[in-house]
Design a protein around this ligand. Structure first.
Ligand code: ATP
Ligand code: MG
Length: 284
């Protein structure tokens, strides 16, 4: 039985480069980053701190302009730009948020301090035109799943870091976009909560057939969740390798000790090490 009602969204990132300039000089953050993510695919990116991962997601979301390159977001085959919707943005086009298609959970949770947990969670939905009452009802029905039961009327300042992150994640999931960009969504969670949130995310993903790009420092997490794991080099960030994960779905916690899991982990770790050593050789 095919249960899908909304078409998925594919992503095609073509040769994106970005250099930041400030009084202290220039920082080349990204250099010719290219990759494609198919409709409904779960794609993770791992890489050393400061290699440009958050910058890359900001550019994909349309919140930060790229220096050169193109982002194509749309339905169809990622390698076939003719099939893509017209929201491609090139270096010479004005940058504009592609937020109609994209749900973005930035690394910083960006909760509004004057809104309660419930109202923060409902915010994304409200911005899409859903009535406040409906948005609040839908948010309330998920508070339990996100470990926020009993905190609907609390303000962000009254929450732990992990609870804030879960509230921000709830807001992103509720917006119901076909492409979700998640920047370390589980970074502030303890190991047990993290595992249960990963399993929960897989459940949501398999039911809703969304396309996901996830940034994480946790190689196990990337493998457990993903169809493919990309490895980025140190700054300026480039994709140096992509590893398909051939574990069957639905995934289960025991797979983490399977031979396939350990083998793909070994290859990803080797690529990360090689990228770091390469950058040390190239350094001063
Ligand atoms: N607005 C900005 N102005 C100047 N430099 C910036 C800006 N944003 C990011 N950078 C620089 O670009 C580089 C990449 O930053 P970015 O936040 O994308 O890294 P990251 O891979 O997400 O790191 P982490 O894993 O620690 O979150 C860093 O050297 C950072 O200092
Ligand atoms: Mg980051």
């Amino acid at each position: 039985m095919t249960a899908t009602t909304t078409p998925g969204t594919s992503l095609n990132v073509q040769r994106i480069s970005k250099t930041f300039s400030s009084r202290n000089g220039t920082v080349p953050a990204l250099q010719n980053v290219s990759f494609t993510v198919a409709d409904g695919e779960f794609y993770s990116i791992v890489g050393p701190s400061g290699c440009g991962k958050s910058t890359l997601l900001n550019i994909i979301a349309g919140l930060e302009p790229e220096d050169t390159g193109h982002i194509l977001v749309g339905a169809g085959i990622p390698d076939a730009p003719d099939n893509l919707e017209s929201n491609a943005v090139g270096a010479d086009a004005p940058v504009g948020p592609r937020l109609g298609t994209i749900g973005y959970m930035p690394q910083k949770d960006l909760l509004l301090p004057w809104r309660t947990v419930l109202d923060n969670a409902a915010l994304g939905l409200e911005l899409t035109g859903v009535s406040r009452t409906t948005a609040r009802e839908r948010a309330r029905s998920l508070l339990d799943r996100f470990g926020l039961d009993g905190f609907a009327d609390s303000y962000p300042a009254e929450l732990s870091g992990g609870m804030r992150q879960r509230a921000a994640f709830l807001r992103t999931v509720l917006t119901d976009r076909s492409l979700m960009l998640l920047d370390e969504p589980f970074g502030a969670l303890d190991a047990l909560t993290r595992r249960s949130m990963q399993e929960w995310l897989l459940g949501v993903w398999s039911k809703m057939q969304r396309t996901v790009v996830l940034i994480t420092h946790d190689v196990d997490e990337a493998i457990f969740l993903s169809d493919r794991v990309a490895v980025m080099s140190p700054r300026p960030g480039r994709i140096v390798a992509e590893h398909p994960v051939d574990l069957p779905r639905p995934r289960s916690a025991e797979m983490i000790t399977s031979r396939e899991f350990i083998e793909v982990k070994r290859r990803i770790m080797a690529d990360l090490r090689a990228a770091l050593e390469g950058s040390n050789d190239a350094g001063e």
